[in-house]
Design a protein around this ligand. Structure first.
Ligand code: ADP
Length: 157
């Protein structure tokens, strides 16, 4: 059984994330989405709320599980029995950060590999922070997130 983890903040999940989830899940038997519960950041949505939104918007995609984690990604991958870490790449600006972590994670656990999926051109500009910023000023976010998530974001502002 081939398992991958897809870690991130998902604050909130966007159509760009969902595109990566669909594509990655078609390559593996089991895709475990890991919501990073980082106490240093102050997210808009709690880890539970982010897990709930991800579960709702991925319920039609086979082989997807959603959970949250704290601590090191390599430990989360190992406890999920995964040997693949999925990450999305949008622009060159993502690359340097991702390169550092992919190499660090390989040193920590050489059995793990990071699989990068290039963003669909429709979503290359899209990030959770853009969605939060637009919502703050009451802009229409319906093109960027599923209706369920749009509703949850509207409730926050
Ligand atoms: P962000 O807050 O920047 O949206 P996350 O930490 O939630 O980022 O992202 C988790 C993963 O999803 C990262 O690998 C990130 O590069 C990827 N990702 C985020 N948005 C997109 C997008 N629009 N297209 C492709 N990948 C994306």
């Amino acid at each position: 059984m081939r398992t991958a983890v897809y870690p991130g903040s998902f604050d909130p999940v966007t159509n760009g994330h969902i595109d990566i989830i669909r594509r990655a899940s078609s390559m593996v038997d089991r895709l475990v989405i890991g919501v990073l519960n980082n106490s240093a950041k102050s997210p808009l949505f709690s880890a539970e709320e982010r897990v709930n939104m991800l579960e709702e918007v991925t319920k039609d995609i086979p082989g997807v599980e959603v959970t949250y984690f704290t601590g090191l990604l390599v430990d989360f991958a190992q406890s999920s029995n995964a040997r693949i870490i999925v990450r999305g790449l949008r622009a060159v600006s993502d690359f340097e950060y991702e390169l550092q972590w992919a190499q660090a994670n390989r040193l920590l656990n050489p059995a793990l590999d990071t699989l990068f999926l290039i963003t669909d051109q429709n979503y290359s500009y899209l990030s959770s922070s853009t969605v939060r910023e637009l919502a703050k000023y009451h802009a229409d976010i319906s093109k960027f997130v599923p209706p369920y998530v749009e509703q949850k974001v509207l409730e926050k502002y």
